[in-house]
Design a protein around this ligand. Sequence first.
Ligand SMILES: Cc1cc2nc3c(=O)[nH]c(=O)nc-3n(C[C@H](O)[C@H](O)[C@H](O)COP(=O)(O)OP(=O)(O)OC[C@H]3O[C@@H](n4cnc5c(N)ncnc54)[C@H](O)[C@@H]3O)c2cc1C
Length: 397
Amino acid sequence: MKEHDVVVVGGGISGLSLAYYCIKGGMKTALLEKNSEVGGSFASSKYASSGKNFWLELGAHTCYSSYQNLLDIIEGCGVTDTIIPRAKVPFSLMIDGQIKSIVSQLSIPELLMSVPNLFKLKKTGQSVKSYYSKIVGEQNYRDVLSHFFNAVPSQPTDDFPAEMMFKSREKRKGVLKNYTFKDGLQSVAFAIAAQRGLNIFTGTEVLGVRLENGKYFIRTAGGDEFIASTLALAMPSAVSSNLLRDVNPDIANHLGQLKAATVDSVGVIAGKEHINLKPVAAVISPGDVFFSAVSRDTVPDDSYRGFAFHFRPGLDEKTKRECITSTLGVSMSNIVHSVNRINTVPSLRMTHFQWLEKINTMLEDKKNLLLCGNYFGGMAIEDCVIRSKSEYERLKG
Ligand SMILES: Cc1cc2nc3c(=O)[nH]c(=O)nc-3n(C[C@H](O)[C@H](O)[C@H](O)COP(=O)(O)OP(=O)(O)OC[C@H]3O[C@@H](n4cnc5c(N)ncnc54)[C@H](O)[C@@H]3O)c2cc1C
């Protein structure tokens, strides 16, 4: 039995940032992650051949100067000098097999008539569809903008609260407006995991939790048991709900009310001579089987190009392969590396703020149970870190 002050379950950015705060606060902390590496939706696929290294993001791809709490952690881990700029390549639409700019697909008269609403309307209480239809015009929203919004969490976003998308936050001076890292975003996850005093257990899936005499007993698939004074769950809401079934059925039920989407992603890498597509940040093909194909062209490489296709759920492998080859104009034999990944992203609804208020009230007298993840104040990396920081502060009292 391994006893800790805090056991964090889930090694995505939510769990890692919480664990970071705990060790800096002098708490004996363990983090349990079911995959073989930490990172979660913050994962980069690596490919090495003939002495050349290449990475490709399979989930998150961009950080911003407004990610102040993340930047503090990056600084605390001593990896600020690994921040690099993203090349200015466009987010593009694919219409009938042709790459088109966003502007070319917008109705400019409709945009000019609608855009003054930007200065009059508030996002509060509005859905993404109702708010942005008024800002860019109904047709522009339906035909163009909605596809970009859907690409963010890889699911339809019409009914998301408008406040949850593209939050405006204070930017940190002296930091690139948007950036990535020399070895990809996952290098930040590794830097946090390497912090002194943090005990990381990868390949460790948690199957059950019980509470006895004020201590949490955490059972893993490998048959180990961890004991903790404080339990922190930093996983998709459904997984956390399941683990809390016996410990706290009310909280488990409340967590169980949230919906989430499964993002089925395939990352592919090919020699750059095989792909004719103009450099892009991402390709969005309205009405197609994928929400977006996010490229590595933002960090150009001499030898390779890479794309992460984020598919609609339920497709067979053949359909995915055909989509990849036709979009990129390559044959499968030109693809030198391919990797599959499943991520979970919340499906936020207009009732989310009431849901959030209630869970926070339910947790008020449960100082030793911390809940983190991308389903609280928002899905962005910074939202996850903000939640982890506030849960840490609740623990500290
Ligand atoms: C395709 C995509 C693109 C995105 N792009 C951006 C972007 O550019 N910028 C941005 O700010 N945000 C972006 N996001 C959002 C952001 O990446 C995520 O919201 C965030 O990384 C989620 O972190 P998390 O730690 O809450 O959850 P996750 O990353 O899902 O981590 C949860 C972890 O828990 C582990 N786990 C699950 N069950 C168990 C168990 N039983 N036992 C142990 N471990 C378990 C999982 O393996 C996983 O590692 C993107 C998300 C996706 C999917």
